[in-house]
Ligand binder design. Structure first.
Ligand SMILES: C[S@@+](CC[C@H](N)C(=O)[O-])C[C@H]1O[C@@H](n2cnc3c(N)ncnc32)[C@H](O)[C@@H]1O
Length: 342
């Protein structure tokens, strides 16, 4: 889910902002990467502290107009890059010492209510779901991938109980007509055993498709690895996530690098004793009741953070192995251009 909403009077509420500020202590200065700039809620608040510097990135180039405004105000302390956070290591950081990286995962209110993007099941247009810098759209997935592949995507990226039936009905229906957003909503509705009470019938399938189209699993895993490499010693990596798949990945990664015994037998004995990360809190930080009252979508947010305490070596392979199952599901998209569809 998204982190940020605009209220009726267009006020912007970056989620868990006070908690993030108290973790990074910007009054002491420092250079931070805002890895999900969006409308710049975090960047703006951090830049109010004079000794800070922000490098901001977002895969959606629509964020640039918000970045341009900050650039006018903070010319020497702010820069913006239209980049995916999975490609963080491609940033030129030779002259920078990075004290913190902040990730507010998912999509913004502006993105979900831009119905041309087809991120919402309320959209009328084509099934698109691309957040920016993508290889394919949701329409290509729904109208081309095979039944078993669709079922796996809905089951493991959406935790959808009726994934089999929904996938089967998609294959049947698309023989007659191309499936757009509202057609997909209809297929989900007649496939579901139970109708929704608290969450919309389509929520899980739409979440699954969004994750798949934007390769959110490998983006997250690559960004966790890159953060460890980029950070200065004692630097902070902070992740705010909105669904259990992301939270589980972050929790598992932090555990792997903060409890030395979890690291593989392939690592030499002397390096095994060294923890790379330190956790201050094992449990996630969640929004207060007050925050939830003014920003309802924040209710599912979970913040986890870690401190880099040692330089990291030889850990990537272990991490990719741990999440291989999920990464392999994302790789089903390769069938779209290798033409091995059925
Ligand atoms: C919840 S919004 C961030 C809101 C921001 N904290 C604020 O206060 O305005 C998430 C943003 O992350 C961006 N995003 C999602 N996945 C990304 C990725 N892999 N790389 C870069 N940006 C990404 C989205 O385009 C969106 O603008």
């Amino acid at each position: 889910m998204n982190a940020t909403i605009l209220s009726d009077n267009e006020k912007h509420f970056p989620v868990l902002l006070n908690e993030i500020l108290s973790i990074i202590s910007p009054q002491n200065g420092g250079t931070f990467i805002d890895c999900t700039f969006g409308q710049g809620g975090y960047s703006k608040s951090i830049l109010k502290f004079p000794k800070t510097k922000i490098l901001a990135i977002d895969r959606d180039n629509n964020s640039k107009k918000f970045a341009d405004l900050l650039k006018i105000q903070f010319r020497n302390r702010f820069s913006f890059y239209n980049l995916k956070f999975g490609d963080l290591t491609s940033l030129d950081l030779k002259n920078e010492k990075i004290n913190g990286l902040i990730f507010d995962l998912g999509f913004s209110y502006i993105q979900i209510t831009d119905y041309k993007r087809g991120l919402s099941f309320k959209s009328q247009g084509p099934l698109d779901m691309r957040m920016g810098l993508n290889d394919f759209s949701a329409s290509e997935v729904i109208n081309n991938l095979g039944q078993k592949d669709l079922e796996l995507i809905f089951k493991f990226f959406g935790e959808e109980k009726d994934s089999k039936k929904i996938a089967k009905n998609i294959i049947r229906e698309r023989k007659n007509n191309k499936i757009d957003t509202q057609k997909l909503v209809k297929i989900i509705n007649f496939s579901k055993k139970k109708n929704y009470k608290r969450t919309h019938n389509s929520t899980k399938v739409f979440q699954a498709l969004r994750i798949f189209v934007n390769k959110e699993i490998s983006e997250l895993i690559k960004s966790l690895i890159a953060s460890v490499k980029i950070l200065e010693k004692n630097g902070l990596m902070i992740f705010v996530s909105f669904h259990s798949i992301e939270d589980k990945i972050i929790k598992t990664f932090f555990k792997l690098l903060s409890e030395n015994n979890k690291i593989s037998r392939y690592i030499p004995e002397d390096e095994k004793k060294v923890n790379i990360l330190k956790l201050i809190k094992k449990k996630p930080i969640v929004p207060s009741e007050e925050e939830i009252k003014i920003n309802r979508p924040s209710r599912s947010a979970k913040l986890r953070y870690a401190i880099k305490i040692n330089e990291a070596k030889n850990f990537e392979e272990e991490v990719f192995k741990k999440f291989k199952f999920l990464i392999d599901i994302e790789k089903l998209s390769e069938k779209l251009w290798k033409n091995i569809l059925w």
